[in-house]
Design a protein around this ligand. Structure first.
Ligand code: NAD
Length: 488
């Protein structure tokens, strides 16, 4: 089978590839602004059928109990997807606008390969745990704990790292024995729909175990959140939408798992090499044009070295390759849409109005008449109370802020509604550890350390989310615990 854009214009419902009842909608290449094809436009009736199929598959098949079969299906899917790597790479770059180099990692090959990690967990997980005996009310009992799949999972995902986020949900959910309805973002339907085609045509997944519903209608996400046949909603997206999902899910008291926004701090201590720290901070913020929730977007540097840091960061940003995402050297591609570009540009305006200085960038690249590009941008002259330091921009925009020592840096890092990630650069281990312990976030890198991996749980403190994705902790989000006792 060859994957082509036209093969991405179907939904996957109950094991069958079906057209959307609402017709199709356009898919736009963010680097060229061209319509490159169509995706299926699902309606509420399609979503209803998908939820019904997932419910039936969970309630009437052995899927949730047959750990070895699930592991086999997941490995089969991984191998089938990897056999299509070149096609996925091309279509993902065209749809997402992500630089080519990222498709070797989190924008395709990484998360697909990680399906093997979740397959292994399905087989190796301790599904039953012996608690031994106890004498509640004087009667000797033998107790055990059984872990069971939570049921039907509604997975709602954004556009920025579609494969990574889709597989970080469907991988552990399916491995745990759940059935899934995936609703991807309207900006990136192909990444999900093409997976649906591979599932339907090249794997043994039973009908209804994985359903994929593409649509421009956000209300289909609400439908997943409210429908009582869905047991858990696994959501990644903005904090504002996450709050709506949580409120909607409360009606049927279903579990919610939320991966939300971030405004992470890159802390440079005064014993760090300023040049290499600022080069790494610049690289981080332009990777995929800053469209990553865990990207460090506030650069906190010692006040005594502020000028040196501004120069080093400006020089680094000027030297990072930006432009055509199909080129293997490009680090910073376009934003996903005109809507996102307007949002990023509006924040650059807000920074100017609040008295900030644009050290580099701030506009659209002169050599690009097409594509949703914004120049890598460095803003100085503001403190942490500025809106660009408090609110998520989701573009290649870095705000540099002075700190007055390690405690002050920790204070500034924590002065945020978010708590997703962070980085610290320094040489003294005690000082580094104090910062790592002091910053209230779900992940921290030290001197460029990369925590991203299938076995590392990822998630946020505060308004960055609830729960953890990936790792054993991420797998266990999709499990219930049943306690069983019998007289001994
Ligand atoms: P979004 O919150 O607008 O949409 C995310 C998904 O939710 C989409 O599939 C959308 O169709 C759906 N949706 C929209 N309204 C809904 C509703 N009322 N009920 C249920 N579903 C609804 O986010 P976006 O614009 O697609 O993505 C950008 C945002 O996502 C950024 O703010 C970024 O911080 C965040 N994000 C967070 C992470 C993370 O892991 N923490 C990862 C990627 C993106």
């Amino acid at each position: 089978m060859t994957l082509r854009p036209e093969s991405a214009s179907d939904l996957l419902i109950d094991g069958k590839l079906t057209p959307g009842s609402g017709g199709v909608f356009d898919v736009v290449n963010p680097a060229t602004e061209e319509v490159i094809g169509q995706a299926a436009e699902a309606t509420a009736a399609d979503m209803d059928a998908a939820i019904a199929a997932a419910r039936t598959a969970f309630d009437t098949t052995d899927w949730s109990r047959d750990h070895a079969f699930r592991a086999r299906c997941l490995r089969q899917l991984r191998d089938a997807l990897l056999a299509h790597t070149d096609e996925f790479r091309e279509l993902t770059i065209a749809e997402v606008g992500c630089p080519s180099f990222l498709t070797h990692g989190p924008q395709f090959e990484g998360p697909v390969t990680d399906l093997g990690y979740f397959a292994d967990l399905a087989e190796s997980y301790e599904w039953t745990r012996d608690l031994g005996t106890a004498k509640p009310m004087g009667i000797k009992n033998h107790r055990e704990l059984r872990s069971e799949a939570i049921g039907v999972v509604g997975a709602i995902t954004p556009w920025n790292f579609p494969h990574q986020i889709n597989f970080a949900k469907i991988g552990p959910a399916l491995a745990a024995g759940c059935t899934v309805v995936l609703k991807p973002a309207p900006d990136t339907p192909w990444c999900a729909a093409l997976v649906g085609k591979v599932v339907a045509e090249e794997t043994d997944f039973p009908p209804g175990v994985l359903n994929i519903v593409t649509s421009t209608d956000h209300r289909l996400g609400e439908q997943l959140s409210t429908d009582p046949r869905v047991d858990l909603v696994s959501f990644t997206g903005s904090t504002a939408t996450g709050k709506k999902v949580m409120a909607a899910a409360s009606e049927s008291l279903k579990k919610v798992f939320l991966e939300l926004g971030g405004k992470s701090a890159f802390i440079v201590l005064d014993d760090a090499d300023i040049g290499s720290a600022c080069a790494m901070a610049a690289f981080n913020v332009v990777t995929h044009a800053g469209q990553g929730c865990a990207i460090t977007t506030r650069l906190l540097v010692p006040r005594t070295k502020l000028d040196e840091a501004i120069t080093a960061t400006r020089d680094a940003l000027a030297g990072l390759p930006a432009g055509d995402p199909t080129s293997s050297g490009t680090i910073c591609g376009p934003l996903i849409s005109e809507r996102q570009r307007r949002r990023v540009e509006s924040y650059i305006e807000i920074a100017k109005q609040e008295g900030g200085t644009i050290e580099i960038g701030g506009g659209r690249p002169a050599d690009k008449s097409r594509g949703f590009f914004v120049e890598p941008t460095l803003i100085s002259g503001l403190d942490n109370s500025a809106r660009v330091a408090q609110e998520e921009i989701f573009g290649p925009v870095l705000v540099i802020i002075a700190h007055d020592g390690d405690d002050d840096a920790i204070r500034i890092a924590n002065d945020s509604p978010y708590g997703l990630s962070g980085m610290v650069y320094g040489t003294d281990e005690n000082r580094i550890n104090k910062v790592v312990n002091g910053v209230r976030t779900g992940t921290m890198g030290v001197n460029g350390g990369i925590w991203y991996s299938a076995d590392v749980p990822f998630g946020g403190y505060k308004q960055s989310g609830i729960g953890r994705e990936m790792g054993v902790a991420g797998f266990e989000e999709y499990l219930e615990t049943k306690a069983v006792a019998r007289p001994a």
